[in-house]
Design a protein around this ligand. Sequence first.
Ligand SMILES: Nc1nc2c(c(=O)[nH]1)N[C@H]1C(S)=C(S)[C@@H](COP(=O)(O)O)O[C@H]1N2
Ligand SMILES: [Mo]
Length: 185
Amino acid sequence: MERLPPNQRLTEDFPVLHFGAVPVFDKETWDFRIEGLVENPVTLSYDGVLALEKTAQVSDFHCVVGWSRFDLKWEGVRFSDVAKLVGPKTSARFATIEADGGYTTSLPLVDLMEPDVLFAYSLDDKPLEVAHGGPLRLVVPKKYGYKSAKWVRRVVFTEELVPGFWEERGYSSGADPWKEERYSY
Ligand SMILES: Nc1nc2c(c(=O)[nH]1)N[C@H]1C(S)=C(S)[C@@H](COP(=O)(O)O)O[C@H]1N2
Ligand SMILES: [Mo]
């Protein structure tokens, strides 16, 4: 099977791409909140995140503007393990991921519960650089890169889809690179 999705080109490096400024990480004040339609909302410190069960995963990354990068090794905590911690209510069907600086993205829980979806704090055996979303970013390998929010601080479980930053600006909610879901019409 072709490994490069339609109309993508392979890049050897890993470009840095985001909207706005790179936030400053202060370990003392940084927190990660998981709340909304859950039984047990949780606020974690950075050390609290590192203490959760760790998963490693190698995957490809596809940006909607056309570049793809193969074989990135991520380490972090599975979205599904974070969900287990808070216990989503039966009414929860989506989650919105909020980042420092105001970036957001939303996905159906069925997509987020895939075993390759991680909150990553390490890339290629090194702590995740701030430019690539350190200390913590979402990685959703089966979606275009705008679903992989950098500098994640909060997850909100919701009943309805809340369109994210790029989804509100004309990009597809589906964001499946194999179906070339780039734009919403
Ligand atoms: N917080 C935040 N996360 C973001 C973005 C952003 O603008 N802000 N851009 C997204 C887009 S469009 C892409 S392709 C990837 C790029 O990740 P990289 O800079 O690590 O390559 O980050 C995603 N996550
Ligand atoms: Mo992107």
